[in-house]
Design a protein around this ligand. Sequence first.
Ligand SMILES: Nc1ncnc2c1ncn2[C@@H]1O[C@H](COP(=O)(O)OP(=O)(O)OP(=O)(O)O)[C@@H](O)[C@H]1O
Ligand SMILES: [Mg+2]
Length: 306
Amino acid sequence: MTDDRARVILNGKSAQIPEVREAIKALRKAGANLEVRVTWEAGDALRFCAEASREGVSRLIAGGGDGTVNELVNGLMQLDRAERPALGVLPLGSANDFANGAGIPLEPRLALALALEASPRWADVVCLGGQYYLNMASCGFGAEVTSSTPKAMKRMLGGGAYSLMGALQAWRYQPYQGRLSWPEGESDAPLFLLAIGNGCQAGGGQRLAPSAKLDDGLLEVLIVRDFESLSGLRQALDELAALPACGDYVNYFQTTRLRFDSDAELPLTLDGEPFEWKHFEAEVLPGELALLLPAKCPLMSLAPGC
Ligand SMILES: Nc1ncnc2c1ncn2[C@@H]1O[C@H](COP(=O)(O)OP(=O)(O)OP(=O)(O)O)[C@@H](O)[C@H]1O
Ligand SMILES: [Mg+2]
């Protein structure tokens, strides 16, 4: 274990979980220099990043769901690159899509031990409409499911709630109109689903960008165009399984930036948090954050130490 100064930013919702208390107690007993700050409301985690950097914390651990990870990413991106502590994750949400995609253990003691021991590795961050995210932006079917699923239900059912809400919402789904453009192409067909991945999954386990890497300097884009008939739905599902670069309904490709323009607001979920934009540009910023990841993290193309 390193003697680096480490600090957990714990979402207040999860502050009294016995396993978290026990894990922190045990790791401190084993010699870890591990502090805790608890958030009361939105914005606290953002401020705690600046405080941690000022106070010489070198490992900052997001204790919460994807929304807490996202707040820390935004807080860290407000700091100069050299001033940013490395970021670890103690997954305590209901979906934990980033942690699950990255192979971070869900068991608190193992997740904390990993964040205390891992060698930091540089990862890309995405900037979209002035917001930063680490994992995925998604819109349409998957995004609505995530932002409208009641919190209590998410907690009760874990990832299962997303699929249930998804099935129900499919019946009253409206496609989105807008124009997408990227350096190599464009599309203005009605959208059923859009995912812009840095990580690989969103919406409680939906692997919308299965070949995404955090260190390749690229965005992974999945566009699913609206289908009007049952045979269209069948073909879209077949294409979703194969992810062609240029199918009738599905486009799956890598690029460095993607623009969206429309007359109507597009609801977009960034790392599990809901936003709406008529226009936005997503751009990948290579190697901005040092992450504390498992040695065999499936989202990294380079081995540790590279
Ligand atoms: N003490 C608190 N009580 C309630 N909400 C809080 C508290 N502190 C922060 N928040 C808010 O919690 C949200 C983030 O929740 P987070 O994503 O970590 O958990 P979750 O939504 O339950 O998990 P998941 O996104 O994985 O389903 C943010 O919007 C943040 O502002
Ligand atoms: Mg959340």
